[in-house]
Write a protein that binds this ligand. Structure first.
Ligand code: TYD
Ligand code: MG
Length: 452
């Protein structure tokens, strides 16, 4: 195939150059030129067949009910918003070695077992290496095909004879298109390959999964540059030392975002964690200060996690505020609120806040948890084991209600908690009764009185 004409475009200002340049002569940005296909000119337009259908009235558009293919792996289906949508392009990003290839192999194995023909294309491993991994997770469906290759055009040639319904590209950084001269993994390549795959998916109704490694800044482009191009972006997170992995939907054209699926890495691949709340506070030490369980929402699902704090006297001029799993700025603000409104002297204390289990949480409902556990550690008084809490705290020390109160409470009841500390307003808005003692607090001072 003759190489198409390419140009180099500055990503900063749009300047076009026929050759790569280290610095854009127009805006002066360094290393901003990326190879792209030259625009298809008028000639193409004349040759083009009208491929667009005619505009359709919205009330006449028919959709198949339940057009999704369920993988049967409920944590994965949940993150996707209920299953695989035909014709969708899904990006799964994550750090190298976190388990992306393992996850996707398990997913397509299940789809293949239902009779959906699947092609797994790897640019990283040979077919034998994939088979070795497949043996560990006992994937051996006859509808699962493996291909090792890195050239997109070669791969597309193979699609006609096989006619797969599901395609996996592992990873996007190793596949290149012949139309660009730049190296595989460069921004230009990754973008062009993705947009070609997008039109393949939309044109043929095949669902395509792309694996993308999150990389440090460098010559290799990561999933961030693709987020706007694909339908769904899932991130597979977790740190290598913890066995729990979280699959998080950060963008989804076909479902809610912020949904998470929880998995555990074992020697037989990834196992679903059916009741994630339980694992995040299961190994809680009994009756120690600086620990409380909070009820937070991850997407549509309530999740109970243990929030820990350690307050100790600092020997530094500027005491430390270190956090794991929560935003350090949020902790700094809450510590200031606790000091000012609650009268707890923390200015000479090192404060460490940690969410147990290696999960990251980012929602205002954790405020009350951070305040309670910090105060508990400072006073060295444990919070009763069966107490759960959630609520937002403002700068004047007021406690505010958060959304989904009922769901959060129900999850806590289910897991055996007997008392909840929450904002007074949240209690008033409750529509159903819950089988636990509800203590309403309206300010940080009141919270401290109730607790200690
Ligand atoms: P892998 O899926 O290759 O990661 P990625 O594609 O994201 O780079 O798997 C990474 C790790 O998972 C590897 O260090 C080995 C481990 N692993 C298990 O612990 N159990 C298993 O059954 C498998 C297949 C892998
Ligand atoms: Mg891999």
């Amino acid at each position: 195939m003759a190489r198409q004409k390419t140009i180099f475009v500055c990503q900063n200002c749009g300047y076009k150059a026929p050759k790569w340049l280290g610095r854009c002569p127009d805006c002066g940005a360094w290393n901003s030129l990326v190879e792209e296909l030259a625009e298809r000119g008028h000639r193409d337009r004349e040759k083009r067949q009208p491929s667009l259908a005619r505009p359709q009235r919205i009330d006449t558009v028919a959709i198949d009910k339940e057009a999704r293919d369920k993988t049967g792996m409920s944590e994965f289906d949940r993150a996707l918003g209920g299953g695989v949508v035909p014709g969708s392009l899904v990006l799964i990003g994550g750090d190298p070695g976190i388990g992306k290839s393992t996850l996707i192999l398990q997913v397509v194995q299940r789809l293949a077992r239902q009779g959906l023909r699947t092609l797994y294309i790897s640019g990283e491993e040979s077919v034998q290496q994939i088979k070795m991994r497949a043996q560990r997770i006992s994937a051996d469906s006859s509808e699962l095909y493996l291909l090792s290759g890195t050239c997109l055009e070669d791969v597309i040639d193979r699609l006609d004879e096989l006619a797969p319904r599901i395609i996996v590209i592992d990873s996007i950084q190793t596949i290149f298109t012949e139309s660009l001269g730049s190296a595989p993994g460069s921004i230009g390549q990754v973008r062009e390959v993705t947009s070609k795959l997008m039109s393949l998916a939309k044109g043929s109704g095949k669902a395509i999964f792309l694996i993308g490694h999150v990389t440090k800044d460098g010559a290799i482009a990561g999933p961030k540059v693709l987020e706007h191009l694909v339908d769904t972006v899932l991130y597979f997170e977790g740190d290598g030392s913890h066995m729990y992995r979280i699959l998080r939907a950060v963008k989804n054209r076909y479902g809610p975002t912020n949904e998470i699926g929880v998995f555990e890495m074992s020697d037989k691949g990834l196992e679903e964690v059916g009741n994630p709340s339980k694992i995040f506070f299961e190994e809680r030490a009994s009756d120690v200060s600086g620990s409380v369980v909070i009820s937070c929402m991850e997407g549509t699902r309530p999740l109970l996690v243990e929030m820990q704090a350690l307050v100790c006297t600092s020997s530094l001029a500027m005491p430390r505020r270190t956090t794991i799993g929560v935003d350090p700025n949020r902790v700094s603000v809450l510590v200031a609120v606790l000091a000012k409104r609650g009268g707890v002297a923390l200015s000479d204390k090192d404060i460490f806040v940690n969410v147990a289990g290696g999960i990251k949480i980012d929602e205002p409902a954790i405020d009350l948890g951070i305040i309670s556990t910090t105060a508990s550690s400072f006073l060295n008084k444990p919070i009763p084991r069966k107490t759960v809490t959630f609520g937002e705290v403002g700068l004047s020390g007021e406690v505010r209600g958060v959304s989904q109160t009922e769901l959060r409470l129900k999850e806590a009841v289910k897991l055996g908690f007997s008392r909840c500390l929450l904002s007074k307003k949240s209690i008033k808005t409750l529509k159903t009764t819950v089988d636990m003692e509800l203590t309403g607090v309206s300010s940080v001072t009141e919270l401290l009185e109730v607790l200690f």
